[in-house]
Design a protein around this ligand. Structure first.
Ligand SMILES: NC(=O)c1ccc[n+]([C@@H]2O[C@H](COP(=O)([O-])OP(=O)(O)OC[C@H]3O[C@@H](n4cnc5c(N)ncnc54)[C@H](O)[C@@H]3O)[C@@H](O)[C@H]2O)c1
Length: 382
């Protein structure tokens, strides 16, 4: 089956690499001067490095590159069985591109979007045969991150959803199915990991290094929230939070923070600009390794992300298994949050949240009705 990828940027080039590695004839299209050349050069470098590390052979390198047609001619999409769009995150532009794609491909071609924040229903509405449109959301870097969220729009048929899922499964990815709601699973459930950590800092409970240390050393997270925000880029991370916040009709649970906004305004974008929450030209600050304080920090953030995961299950955003898989495979959490809640005890999680809600009288701390119900009925997630 021929696979076409529209947009040869960070995500598009990575998705083309995956499809070509899995033996598909791939058409990688971009409309901007230089984008295709740059994607081709970057991919050649990546594949050469994989050969040096003996992860692929020189022959495989040549086969993968030979499978990809790098093009500025949109007509080359013809004959595709799957088209994945990964252009700029702008609804009007995506809608125009979807209408154009549909005019070039056959009736049976699946047309997917890699959008992180737009509604699939609105993108699909640009197509005459909207039932063949679906969200296929990869994580960055696409060739390395195992998780892919598959998002049916209200228009998407079961057959399209199943076909999309089985293609991505056959590429060795871990797929989860998510409702067409802001942030899908990962970008929704992860919000308090950043937001609550920033709030703890703003209240003066601890500094960045101490919060990161607590989440890493006591919580077992691969990276603390501040080092992770610096790694992702404060600009990117902030935009996701702001988009989720406004898409949820300004639910205070997702409120962005001034602390992060000021970082962006100052140009402290994170690792890529040499400075974010940390200054990468200087020695890293030392954490206050007080385990009592560390546990206070961890339980507060953990209760908030568990609450988000429970609420996603309560609102049928995804299944219990898919919510847990999404967080372990999409953002490397050490455990699935619902399984973790069982381990800690639902009543203990609820007590923590009710304590925060009583202390602050803020809606952001409201416990999910599911946790209350489960605590009352002595239930566990698994
Ligand atoms: N970067 C991430 O971490 C990430 C993760 C998951 C999903 N996404 C989503 O993937 C999509 C692409 O993101 P990215 O980070 O790869 O962006 P990017 O800016 O790196 O690449 C976008 C590419 O699309 C091209 N393009 C723009 N308009 C076009 C058009 N009309 N026709 C053809 N090509 C066009 C640009 O030339 C550019 O090469 C967005 O929808 C984004 O939300 C991004």
């Amino acid at each position: 089956m021929k696979v076409s990828v529209i947009g040869a940027g960070t995500m598009g080039a990575g998705i083309a690499q995956i499809a070509a590695t899995n033996g598909h004839e791939v058409c990688l299209y971009d409309s901007f001067d230089g984008a295709i050349e740059s994607a081709e050069n970057k991919l050649k470098k990546i594949l050469n490095r994989l050969v040096e590390k003996e992860r692929i052979t020189q022959k495989e390198n040549e086969t993968i590159l030979g499978n990809i047609n790098f093009t500025k001619d949109i007509n080359k999409l013809k004959g595709s069985g799957l088209v994945i769009e990964a252009i700029i995150e702008n609804l009007e532009i995506k809608q125009a591109v979807f209408a154009e794609i549909e005019s070039l491909v056959s009736e049976n071609c699946i047309i997917a979007s890699n959008t992180s924040s737009l509604s699939l229903a609105s993108i699909a509405s640009a197509c005459k045969k909207a039932e063949r449109v679906v969200g296929i959301h990869f994580f960055n870097p696409a060739p390395l991150m195992p998780l892919v969220e598959i998002i049916p729009a209200v228009q998407t048929t079961e057959a399209t959803l199943n076909a999309a899922k089985s293609i991505i499964d056959s590429w060795g990815k871990v797929t989860v199915i998510a409702k067409d709601t802001p942030g899908f699973i990962v970008n929704r459930v992860a919000r308090p990991f950043y937001g609550e950590a920033i709030r703890i800092y703003e209240e003066g409970v601890a500094d960045f290094a101490t919060i990161d240390w607590a989440m890493r050393e006591i919580g077992g997270f691969r990276m603390g929230p501040f080092e992770l925000m610096d790694y992702i880029g404060n600009d990117i991370n902030y935009i996701v939070t702001e988009t989720v916040f406004s898409s949820f009709y300004f639910d205070s649970r997702y409120k962005p923070s001034f602390t992060q906004k000021r970082m962006i305004e100052a140009g402290y974008l994170g690792k890529k600009s040499g400075r974010g929450y940390y200054d990468y030209s200087a020695d890293m600050p030392k954490a206050n390794e007080d385990r009592g304080l560390g546990k206070t920090i961890l339980w507060r953030v953990l209760a908030m992300i568990i609450n988000e995961a429970a609420d996603a299950l309560f609102l049928k955003i995804a299944s219990r298994e898919d919510i847990d898989l999404a967080m372990t495979k999409g953002v490397n959490y050490p455990k699935g949050l619902l399984a973790w809640a069982d381990e800690i005890g639902i009543k203990n999680v609820l007590k923590q949240l009710e304590g925060l809600q009583a202390e602050y009288a803020e809606d952001r701390y409201r416990p999910s009705p599911l946790l209350k119900r489960m605590a009352r009925e002595n239930k566990t997630f698994y």
